[in-house]
Design a protein around this ligand. Structure first.
Ligand code: TRP
Length: 452
């Protein structure tokens, strides 16, 4: 069944990589402003519900495609094309294209993080560090296209070096093993933010859902973000699944990854909102939220400069780890399609193409400043087209591939575990979800984006 030479030696390595690729800027940067944009508590509830139902079902199915075929998504869709003479490989390419575009966009935001790191470092050498840091803001950064492009290039360069050094050789694992420390730092900062006066108001905003705040497009925003944060539809989870050993129980693994990812997103929201509320009495609902709100808070507390530096450093490592995951997916797919091409060449060529793509998000606030597409700035339009429109389509493609490639007996065998008697019933719920709930909810989400 599985043709891979490399297999995870222990389950822990897998968790580190899967959680490492799920938890990134999506949780800490994107999620808080999406929650703000969609009115708080009711959206949070909708999101958590969707993550644990359709997100989890999809995660298990993607891991299973990889586990069952032992290859990456492009090879899977080629195999389907050969069997049926229909052009299924286009679906494989759609996932790869998405990974590339996402990596371009992701690198620009990771570049912002790098910028903040350099600012915190230089502040140590300033006579008045606080005054110095008060002047950094996303708005200023957005106007400087070249700076954003350069920072994104540095980020991509580091990612490509790690990928070329080779999967499974431990660099990613080492980065990922720092993430629990990041978790501790976040919890520590959280205690600070929750002790602010505004936290009561925030807890009400977050945990007393006001369903009237949801609008038609909220469903599409929630599903899009679930897919993005769990790295679904990109083929990454297929590649990771192909590295599994037979004994690993995919549904349990999927559940744990989903729970950790969801928990981190909730912590991020709990960290950011009390600070945002206390500083401006209103919630920023755009990409600048984390970048503008957090430093302002940090410079006001004791030892804040060190915390700030550590926070952005860890955030960058998390972003780097996710970027490596994306680039790894692209490289694995290309080398599987063209076995004569070596990994280094495949990775370097991909990064070259991706670098060209970063031009759009990088210059969106500068050269493309006056361009509005459907009333939105280029970067916001880029984000929502990618995550709310293209990603759901790729995810639906994945579900389709799953049912085409794995028959009932096989997915039963891989799902049901003798040690878990409930897995028999869970199996039929899972299939029901994949077959009906996922397509209906995803398509409704898509449709409602266009209605509103
Ligand atoms: N899930 C990541 C995050 O939340 C982003 C991401 C999307 C990703 N697709 C991926 C990471 C593929 C690694 C691989 O930030």
């Amino acid at each position: 069944m599985s043709g891979r030479k490399f297999k995870f030696k222990n389950r822990f390595s897998f968790y580190l990589l899967a959680i490492g690729s799920a938890c990134g800027l999506g949780n800490l940067w994107r999620f808080p402003y999406i929650v703000g944009e969609n009115g708080g508590g009711a959206f949070l509830l909708l999101y958590v519900f969707l993550a644990l139902t359709i997100g989890l079902s999809l995660l298990v199915s993607e891991l299973m495609i990889g586990r069952f075929t032992g290859t990456s998504i492009l090879a899977v869709t080629r195999q389907l094309t050969n069997q049926t003479k229909k052009k299924y490989y286009l679906l494989g390419w759609l996932s790869l294209l998405l990974s590339a575009v996402t990596l371009a966009y992701y690198s620009v935001i990771s570049g912002w993080v790098l910028h903040y790191i350099t600012q915190f470092v230089t502040s140590f050498f300033q006579a008045d560090a606080i005054f110095y840091l008060k002047n950094i803001s996303v708005a200023v950064l957005l106007q400087n296209g070249w700076l954003q492009f350069m920072l994104a290039s540095v980020h991509l360069l580091v990612a490509v070096v790690i990928v070329v050094k080779g999967f499974g050789e431990g660099v990613e694992k080492r980065i990922a093993s720092l993430l629990p420390m990041f978790g501790l730092l976040v919890v520590f900062l959280l205690m600070g933010s929750l002790s602010l006066d505004s936290s009561k108001e925030v807890l009400r905003f977050l945990f007393y859902p006001d369903f009237s705040k949801l609008n038609w497009s909220s469903l599409g925003h929630a599903t899009g973000h679930v897919f993005f944060t769990l790295s679904l539809g990109f083929g990454t989870m297929v590649t990771l699944g192909s590295y599994f050993k037979v004994e690993d129980h995919l549904p349990t693994i999927g559940l744990r990854v989903t729970l950790v990812d969801t928990l981190i997103s909730i912590l991020a929201v709990l960290l950011i909102f009390p600070i945002a509320f206390s500083s401006s009495k209103q919630i920023a609902t755009d990409p600048s939220l984390v970048f503008d709100v957090l430093p302002a808070f940090l410079i006001s507390i004791k030892g804040g400069l060190i915390f700030g530096l550590m926070f952005f450093l860890f955030l960058w490592l998390a972003a780097l780890n996710a970027s490596v995951g994306l680039l790894e997916t692209i490289t694995a797919n290309i080398t599987e399609k063209r076995p004569d091409m070596n990994r280094t060449l495949a990775a370097v060529l991909s990064v070259g193409v991706i670098l060209l793509m970063t031009v759009f998000p990088a210059f969106s606030g500068a050269i493309f400043k006056n361009i509005k597409i459907l009333g939105r700035s280029v970067i916001v339009f880029f984000d929502s087209t990618l995550i709310n429109v293209m990603l759901p389509l790729a995810v639906l493609g994945m579900v389709f591939i799953f049912f085409k490639i794995i028959n009932e007996n096989d997915h039963k065998k891989l799902f049901i575990s003798n040690e878990l008697p409930t897995s028999v019933a869970m199996h039929s719920h899972w299939i029901f979800f994949l077959k009906w709930v996922v397509p209906v909810v995803t398509l409704s989400g898509l449709l409602m984006l266009f209605v509103s």
